[in-house]
Design a protein around this ligand. Structure first.
Ligand code: NAG
Ligand code: NAG
Ligand code: NAG
Ligand code: NAG
Ligand code: NAG
Ligand code: NAG
Ligand code: NAG
Ligand code: NAG
Ligand code: NAG
Length: 334
């Protein structure tokens, strides 16, 4: 149910984003939630720390296009890292990240206190976890995502081009600030690609990470699209040119500041509303809890949400709780 809610809330956003001329590539490549959840007694602290990291991440992204935040102590420390692909313009980066931040709530950090999640978009990346993963290059959760559609032309040439391309990208990127784009081939057999290591995965860590992607991506051709999503890097190839190769057009920004402001305002509002709905949905489902205990914990969590800088409005919360009043009889709790 909450999933439908999120989709419903995100819908207007996608229309807004579509009207903008540039492309933030805010499309999901993969969402990975860990199965670990915080202990009941520690949830409130963990959620508070999670919210604090999410608050701190956005301003860092706005300034330097990546963010690394740590909040909390001991078992409840939350580490969060986010970064945009280096070919995105700043407005696209902001839009991609705002959507990423909302979308990662699908792992239910708020209700279940999920202790970690990674969300790969084609334009940006966000991860939080309960340990310091900032310079981690490979992990057990690393995966590849191949497209559904196969390449229609000469497949042996295509595969050859794709492999040549990713080898080249993984060779160039570690020496080029952890980033490279390029293409191999001509006509309808051209393959385009992008490779990027995250900010703290540099030097040999970046080389190791991308060397792994070169091996893994080999399973994707003749599919027209392929991605490898590792802890420390991202690699994608495609039959269409998906990357930006010219930053001068980005600055011009067709939608302009006003359009961007609307998009960002709507995204933060959506983030806040989703958060409040999730919090309410959580406590209506957890019928096992004693009512008094429930009320106390909910009060504390809502106070935490209110304290955090999420552009969270009391009206939004009221609307959300009223919405749930009819079906869930939550109203009596307030
Ligand atoms: C964690 O976040 C809270 C709330 O924003 C803040 O007051 C505190 O200083 C942060 N702690 C650390 C270690 O950054
Ligand atoms: C962390 O949690 C474990 C149980 O999950 C507990 O045994 C340990 O004492 C905790 N450590 C701290 C520093 O809170
Ligand atoms: C990663 O960071 C940790 C802690 O900051 C450090 O101890 C470790 O040496 C780093 N590893 C690499 C490969 O840089
Ligand atoms: C690609 O182009 C070649 C000729 O250049 C043509 O024979 C082939 O059918 C084309 N393949 C596709 C999928 O369009
Ligand atoms: C694909 O191209 C190679 C090299 O040009 C050629 O030897 C092969 O016969 C072609 N395969 C098909 C199915 O056209
Ligand atoms: C990678 O591609 C670039 C640009 O096409 C080229 O200059 C370079 O020699 C290639 N490097 C390797 C190792 O293939
Ligand atoms: C970037 O664009 C220019 C002009 O459109 C083109 O010549 C060049 O090959 C492109 N480079 C890459 C890596 O796509
Ligand atoms: C990696 O990046 C960090 C932070 O940007 C920097 O302190 C470190 O010297 C870099 N290491 C290498 C091998 O470039
Ligand atoms: C970037 O765009 C400008 C203006 O549209 C053009 O003059 C320039 O050649 C382009 N550069 C590349 C590398 O595409």
């Amino acid at each position: 149910m909450s999933k439908n809610c999120v989709l419903l809330l995100l819908l207007p956003l996608f229309f807004l984003v579509k009207t903008a001329h540039s492309d933030p590539r805010a499309t999901e490549a993969a969402l990975m939630c860990t199965s670990e959840t915080a202990l009941m007694a520690e949830r409130q602290t963990f959620v508070a720390n999670f919210l604090a990291t999410m608050d701190a991440v956005t301003p860092q992204i706005a300034v330097q296009r990546y963010a690394a935040v740590v909040n909390g102590t001991g078992n409840n420390t939350v580490y969060a890292f986010g970064e945009c692909m280096k070919d995105l313009s700043k407005p696209d980066c902001d839009v991609c990240f705002a959507q990423c931040k909302t979308h990662i709530l699908s792992c239910l950090p708020f209700q279940k206190a999920t202790r970690g999640a990674r969300l790969f978009y084609d334009g940006c990346y966000l991860r939080y976890d309960d340990f310091n993963f900032f310079n981690q290059s490979l992990s057990a959760q690393d995966t590849s995502v191949c497209g559904d559609i196969g390449f229609g032309g000469n497949q042996s040439i295509f595969k050859d081009n794709a492999l040549r391309l990713v080898r080249n990208l993984s060779f160039v990127a570690p020496k080029n600030d952890g980033f490279s784009v390029g293409f191999v081939g001509q006509g309808n057999e051209t393959v385009y690609g992008l490779a990027q290591c995250w900010e703290f995965v540099n030097g040999s860590a970046c080389e190791d990470c991308l060397a792994d992607t070169v091996v893994i991506i080999g399973s994707c051709p003749p599919k027209a699209e392929g991605r490898v999503l590792n802890a420390g890097c991202y690699l994608r190839y495609s039959t269409h040119k998906f990357y930006n190769n010219n930053t001068s057009t980005d600055a011009a920004g067709n939608g302009g500041r006003y359009g961007l402001a609307i998009i960002l305002a709507v995204t933060s509002a959506v983030f806040a509303v989703v958060l409040s709905i999730f919090s309410v949905a959580f406590f209506t489902r957890k019928k096992i809890l004693k009512r008094r205990k429930e009320k106390k914990l909910l009060g504390a969590l809502l106070a935490t949400v209110n304290k955090s800088q999420l552009n969270f409005s009391y009206e939004a919360l009221e609307r959300a709780t009223n919405y749930f009043h009819d079906s869930n009889k939550l109203g009596t709790m307030f």
